[in-house]
Design a protein around this ligand. Structure first.
Ligand SMILES: *Cc1c(COP(=O)(O)O)cnc(C)c1O
Length: 425
C-alpha cells in the first residue's frame, strides 16, 4: 500500500478501519480540550469505559452480600479466575486449563522459576537476553544466588553484535547449543521492551528442548500485542502483566501459562490453599493436592478487585480477536514509520533511526526511535503538546500506536506536532 502524509489520507484510513469504534470505548486524557495522542499503551494501557462497571459490580456485591459474595455473587469470588480461562487462552494460544491469573508479573516469574529452574551440579545455567528488563535481571540474580550459584558463572546473556540494535536468532540458537548440557533454562522476553523486537519463540523453544533445557517467556510486551501459540510452540511456561497492551489498570493481575504436559508432573512449587483441589479446598486438609492445570499454581485467595478490570479487558479482546488487531497493528505501525521517514527526509539535519526491526515478522506495535541530533527537549516538547510518549536513555523515544484506540489521524497529527518541535541545525 502506498501511503500519503496528509490529513485526508489518514481520515480515509480511519473510515475504512473496522476497529475504529473501539476508540470510543476508551477514556483519553485531555490536552486543550482534545484527546491526547497516546503512544504509551506498551507501558500502561488506557482505561476502557466498561471497566468501571466490572469494579462496581464487585463493590456492590461486597456491600450487599459481604462474606456471602464468595459464593453467591453473580460472578462468585471463590472461582472468579475461571472466567478468564476460555477467552484468555484464545488470546495466548493455549488450552483453557493452561492459563490462570494471579499475583503480578515478576512474582509469577519467580514462582514459575521455582518449578522450572531446578539446577543440578552439571546443569544450572540460564540463558537470557542482554539488557533484559531490569526486574527480570534482578530476578535471575536473586534466583541463582538463592540456589547458591554465582551470577557470573550462571547467567548467560545473548549479546547484540557490535553496531547492531537487535539480537540475531542465529546467535540465540548458537548460544543454546554451545551451553548445551549445562543449560537448565532459557527465559527471555517474547518482545523486547526497549527495541520492540519480536523473538521467534517456536524456534527458540525447539532449540532449548533439544539440549534438554526448559524454556519460558516473559510476555509483558507480547500479550495482547502479537499472535501467540504457546501450546503448539511447546513452551514450558510463560507469564505476562495485564496493564500494558491489555489495559487492565495499574499493577493489576498477571496471567500465567503452564503447558499441559507439566500439569500431572509432580513439579516442585510454592503452594497455598487456592492451588488445592477445588472440591476439597474448604475441608482444611493438611496435605496439599494441587489442582491439575495452571490453577494448581495459585496460592492465595483471589484479588478480585484487581481481576475485575482484567476481566473487562479480556472480554474486549475476545470480542475483537487477535487477527483483526494484528491486521490494524501492522498497518498503523507502517503508517507511523512512513510519516517518520517523510519528516526525516523533509527536514535536513535530522536523523530518526528506527531501531525496531524493519521486518514485519520481527516487530509488532512499537517503534523505538533513536533521535540523532535531538535531545530530551524534543521529548519534553512532545509531552507538553499533547503527545504522550516515553524517553529511554540515551536518546530513544518509544512509540506504540496501539490498534485498539489509536487512529491513523493521530499518526498524521503526531507528525505535524513533531515537525514543529525539531531543533533545526
Ligand atoms: C513491564 C515489564 C515487567 C514489569 O514487571 P511487574 O512485576 O509487573 O512490575 C517485567 N518484565 C518485563 C519484560 C516488562 O516489560
Amino acid at each position: 500500500m502506498t501511503f500519503e502524509n496528509t490529513r485526508e489520507f489518514a481520515r480515509q484510513l480511519d473510515a475504512n478501519d473496522e476497529l475504529r469504534n473501539y476508540r470510543n470505548e476508551f477514556i483519553f486524557p485531555q490536552h486543550e480540550g482534545k484527546n491526547v495522542i497516546y503512544f504509551t499503551g506498551n507501558s500502561l494501557g488506557l482505561q476502557p469505559k466498561r471497566t468501571k462497571k466490572y469494579i462496581d459490580e464487585v463493590m456492590d456485591d461486597w456491600a450487599n452480600l459481604a462474606v456471602e459474595g464468595h459464593f453467591y455473587a453473580d460472578k462468585p469470588w471463590w472461582d472468579y479466575q475461571e472466567r478468564f480461562a476460555e477467552p484468555l487462552s484464545r488470546i495466548v494460544g493455549a488450552k483453557p486449563s493452561e492459563v490462570t491469573v494471579m499475583n503480578t508479573l515478576t512474582v509469577n516469574l519467580h514462582l514459575l522459576m521455582v518449578s522450572f529452574y531446578q539446577p543440578t551440579k552439571t546443569r544450572y545455567k540460564i540463558i537470557c537476553e542482554e539488557k533484559a528488563f531490569p526486574s527480570d535481571q534482578y530476578m535471575f540474580q536473586s534466583q541463582v544466588a538463592f540456589h547458591g550459584y554465582k551470577k557470573e558463572e550462571t547467567i548467560i546473556e545473548i549479546k547484540r553484535r557490535e553496531g547492531e540494535h537487535n539480537i540475531r536468532l542465529e546467535d540465540i540458537l548458537a548460544k543454546i547449543n554451545e551451553v548445551g548440557d549445562e543449560l537448565a533454562l532459557v527465559l527471555i522476553g517474547g518482545v523486547n521492551y526497549y527495541t520492540g523486537q519480536v523473538f521467534d519463540m517456536k524456534t527458540i523453544t525447539e532449540a532449548g528442548h533439544k539440549v534438554g533445557a526448559k524454556v519460558g517467556f516473559d510476555l509483558a510486551h507480547a500479550a495482547g500485542n502479537i499472535k501467540l501459540d504457546l501450546h503448539d510452540w511447546n513452551v514450558d511456561f510463560a507469564a505476562w502483566c495485564s496493564y500494558k497492551y491489555m489495559n487492565s489498570g495499574p499493577g493489576n493481575a498477571s496471567g500465567c501459562f503452564v503447558h499441559e504436559k507439566h500439569h500431572h508432573a509432580n513439579l516442585p512449587r510454592f503452594a497455598g490453599w487456592w492451588g488445592h483441589n477445588k472440591e476439597r479446598r474448604f475441608k482444611m486438609e493438611p496435605d496439599f493436592d494441587p489442582v491439575h492445570g495452571a490453577d494448581g499454581w495459585q496460592i492465595s485467595n483471589l484479588p478480585v478487585l484487581s481481576l475485575a478490570p482484567y476481566l473487562a479487558s479480556v472480554e474486549m479482546f475476545a470480542e475483537v480477536g487477535m487477527d483483526k488487531l494484528i491486521a490494524k497493528r501492522d498497518k498503523i505501525t507502517s503508517y507511523l514509520e512512513f510519516i517518520l521517514r517523510e519528516i526525516d527526509v523533509e527536514i535536513p539535519g535530522t536523523e530518526f533511526e528506527i531501531i525496531t526491526p524493519a521486518n514485519p515478522k520481527e516487530r509488532a506495535c512499537q517503534l523505538s526511535v533513536f533521535l540523532h541530533g535531538q535531545g530530551r527537549s524534543l521529548f519534553d516538547y512532545l509531552m507538553t503538546n499533547g503527545v504522550i510518549t516515553d524517553w529511554r536513555e540515551p536518546n530513544v523515544i518509544r512509540l506504540a500506536p496501539v490498534p485498539l484506540y489509536c487512529s491513523f489521524e493521530d499518526m498524521y497529527e503526531f507528525g505535524q506536532i513533531l515537525k514543529k518541535g525539531i531543533v533545526r541545525p
